[in-house]
Design a protein around this ligand. Structure first.
Ligand code: ASP
Ligand code: MG
Length: 410
């Protein structure tokens, strides 16, 4: 008997009718002869509402209590789904992350899964039950505190659980049909990809494609669990994220991200140790840096710009100003009106000219590039936030992903 892990996102569980539809799907998967483990997100916009409520009562809620609060969202949906299944005569049981043995480190709000024990999950499966696990949460085994994995973290729960239980694959049910070559709300002829390799999906997720959390993709790659991203509204095939034997696309897709902000430290003295002081202090405060650009120095000083999640901008600005004073830099500017656009494709490794074509395309659209960063399979540009939609559209039109084995520039 094979084991299937199915994860349902918030829209797929938004109300009683949707929960019943999820129960239908679980029921039919069981009828096909599979054991089923279900991972649930919180219903609809529950998590956003809880975040907003906390903001109404405090400017600075403690990370521990935020995790107590937010982990409640998934408890509601897991219990409702279990009640629905049991009422139909399908034996089901729900577990919190902690009950399922999902062990994490201690970082509230962005905890990493260290191990999954899963004893109760396996026992309940052996008793013939459907097991429903609350996504997005775990427990720090040392402190016994409840943790959450970061927004979108139920995806990571599902893939990690699939790996731990030896499931054949994991299905991520969502409100879109799969992974698209660009956000279909921006690009009307964006295409659904049939499959995409882990590495490219990782770059798209890191570039802002919200369809799959990047840590989930990392688990899939590490433990070789194929991930099927598909719609909960119909039975059509979605997108398979897996190691693919297929030809490489030059460009698989274009992601964009409006969630970052830019910090510039002006006239930093050009001497050893300065970047270490700045980024060391930011790292110590838990601020994640994405792009970094340092200019050539003139007259012994240079400007350093970097991007951070907008949610960390206040911390980043404070720290940058402290360090700037210590190292005798002139001033610090912050800019929240930026966005990042990323072109992703494994084929660009072996096709010269992709970067040049990106820059030409943006230039022809009158879009100024403020920062650039690359990996072997990605090119990202920071542009004005107001320009990002035009940038995605222009790049999609120019590259027409998934452009397999087409000559760049042809
Ligand atoms: N409910 C959490 C969130 O909204 C986790 C998830 O949906 O995956 O981010
Ligand atoms: Mg999600």
């Amino acid at each position: 008997m094979s084991l299937v892990v199915q994860k349902f996102g918030g829209t797929s569980l938004a109300d009683a009718a949707r929960i019943k539809a999820v129960a239908d799907r679980v029921e039919s998967t069981r009828r096909e002869g599979h054991d089923v483990v279900v991972v649930v997100s919180a219903m609809g916009a529950t998590t956003d509402q809880l975040v907003a409520l906390a903001a109404e009562v405090s400017d600075d809620p403690s990370p521990r209590e935020m995790d107590m609060l937010l982990s409640a969202g998934e408890r509601i949906s897991m219990a409702l789904l279990s009640i629905t299944l049991n009422s139909r005569g399908i034996p089901a049981v729900s577990f919190t992350g902690s009950q399922a043995g999902i062990l994490t480190d201690s970082s509230h709000g962005s905890a990493k899964i260290l191990d999954i024990q899963g004893t109760r999950v396996r026992d309940s499966l052996a008793q013939g039950r459907v097991v429903i696990v609350a996504g997005f949460q775990g427990v720090d085994p040392e402190s016994k505190e409840i943790t959450t994995l970061g927004r979108g973290g139920s995806d990571a729960t599902a893939v990690a659980l699939a790996a731990a239980l030896g499931a054949d694959s994991v299905e991520i049910y969502t409100d879109v049909d799969g992974v698209f070559t660009a956000d279909p709300r921006m690009v009307s002829d964006a295409m659904k990809l049939e499959e995409i390799p882990f590495d490219e999906m990782l770059e798209l997720s890191a570039g802002g494609a919200g369809v799959l959390m990047s840590r989930a993709v990392e688990f899939g790659r590490r433990y070789e669990v194929p991930i099927h991203v598909r719609s909960s509204f119909h039975d059509g095939e979605g997108t398979w994220v897996r190691e693919s034997p297929m030809e490489q696309a030059i460009v698989s897709g274009i992601a964009h991200d409006r969630s970052e902000a830019k910090v510039t430290v002006n006239r930093v003295p050009d001497r050893p140790g300065v970047a270490a002081a700045l980024f060391g202090s930011l790292a110590a405060a838990g601020v994640n840096i994405d792009m970094i650009v340092q200019n050539v120095s003139h007259d012994g000083s240079t400007d350093i710009s970097f991007t951070v999640p907008r949610a960390n901008l206040v911390d980043a600005e404070r720290i940058a100003k402290q360090v700037a004073a210590e190292i005798d830099a002139e001033s610090v500017d912050v800019d929240a009106e930026i966005a990042k656009v990323s072109l992703v494709g494994a084929g660009m490794k072996s096709h010269p000219g992709v970067a040049a074509k990106v820059f030409e395309t943006l230039a022809s659209a009158g879009i100024n590039i403020e920062m650039i960063s690359t990996s072997t399979i990605r090119i990202s540009c920071v542009v004005r936030a107001d320009d990002v939609e035009a940038a995605v559209q222009a790049l999609h039109a120019a590259f027409d992903p998934p452009a397999i084995y087409e000559e760049v520039g042809a």
